[in-house]
Design a protein around this ligand. Sequence first.
Ligand SMILES: [Zn+2]
Length: 71
Amino acid sequence: MIHASLVCRGCSGTLYAVSTNGGGAESLPTWKVDHDHSPASCPLRPLLPLEGTAAHIRELPDAGHVLTGSA
Ligand SMILES: [Zn+2]
C-alpha cells in the first residue's frame, strides 16, 4: 500500500510511504518512508528512510520531525 501526499519537513520534497502488513491479523504494518527523489541537500537525510512498525504512519518514531501536515 503506497501513501501519497507526504511532504518532507526538511526540504519540502515529496515523500513516499510504503506499508507492508506483517501477516497476522493482529500484527502491525511495517512502514518505510523516503524521499521520492533524493534531494541534493536535506537536513533530515540522516532520518530517512524512516522505517518502523506502527499502527499508523504518524506513530512512527521521528514521524513528527519528518512529516508535514496532518494527513
Ligand atoms: Zn527532505
